[in-house]
Design a binder for this molecule. Structure first.
Ligand code: PGA
Length: 254
């Protein structure tokens, strides 16, 4: 982890959370206020229905909020979709684009993801771009090629490095309890750092590279210690403040 990059610990709540779960966001906010995350920035990406209420809870807090997806257009006849501008208006600082569940459930292509990332920038949001290979691609030794292609095809040209976060999330590790070796993560993140030099405006060293996929309190130390890992995108273990807390605390003594 280079000194100029502030680690980011981000929770992706996916399609989980109702009004009662705002208590968890308040608890995470309080952990952040008490310094539990040390030098790290902490963000939660709740379902869009909770964003405004969460923003009210976090009004004077360092806890950041994000959306989980956005439409490429700023407004219009797109029933059920949410514009990046609306997420910003509701209090988001970040938006996740290209999550493998969106790619699978909604047939999102790299071109779609690129348009969404451009929309996020237009709206003043920072982008958390997810990339990652399938189990079959992993087993065939195609992980770097797959992720390199995703990166090349889904990053808007000249995206500012300081508005971009990449989350490497091998699909076979998401929600499975199976995780890559530290060596695999380090190799992938080193590759991503090199590739980014061709794709971003500004220094590629400023882009934060997160690892995501079955990060839990019990494996955070092992996974987040890999070189070029600047934080994590956490699904299941971000839903409860008491499970998210020990992951945030990885950065408390650095
Ligand atoms: P998980 O999800 O932590 O539940 O594996 C991670 C993600 O999909 O962002």
């Amino acid at each position: 982890m280079a000194e100029q990059r502030r680690p980011l610990v981000a929770g992706n709540w996916k399609m989980n959370g109702c009004v009662a779960d705002l208590d968890e966001i308040a608890a995470i906010r309080d952990h952040v206020a008490s310094g539990a995350a040390g030098i790290a920035e902490v963000a939660v990406c709740p379902p869009a229905t909770l964003l405004m209420a969460a923003a009210r809870l976090c009004a004077d807090s360092a806890l950041r909020l994000g959306g989980q997806d956005c439409h490429a257009a700023p407004n219009g006849a797109h029933t059920g979709d949410i514009a990046a501008e609306m997420l910003k208006d509701a209090g988001a600082s970040y938006v996740i684009v290209g999550h493998s569940e969106r790619r699978a459930d909604h047939a999102e292509t790299d071109a779609d993801v690129r348009a969404k990332a451009a929309a996020a920038l237009r709206a003043g949001l920072s982008v958390i771009l997810c990339v990652g290979e399938s189990r079959a691609e992993h087993e065939a030794g195609e992980a770097l090629a797959k992720v390199g292609a995703q990166l090349a095809q889904s990053l808007p040209e000249g995206i500012p490095a300081d508005r971009l976060v990449i989350a490497y999330e091998p699909i076979w590790a998401i929600g499975t309890g199976v995780t890559p070796t530290r060596g695999h993560i380090a190799a992938m993140h080193g590759f991503l750092r090199d590739e980014l030099r061709h794709h971003v405006a500004g220094s590629a060293d400023a882009v934060r590279l997160l690892y995501g996929g079955s990060v839990k309190p019990g494996n955070a130390d092992e996974l987040l210690n890999a070189s070029n890992v600047d934080g994590t995108l956490v699904g299941g273990a971000s839903l409860k403040a008491e499970e998210f807390l020990p992951i945030m605390q990885f950065y408390s003594n650095r």
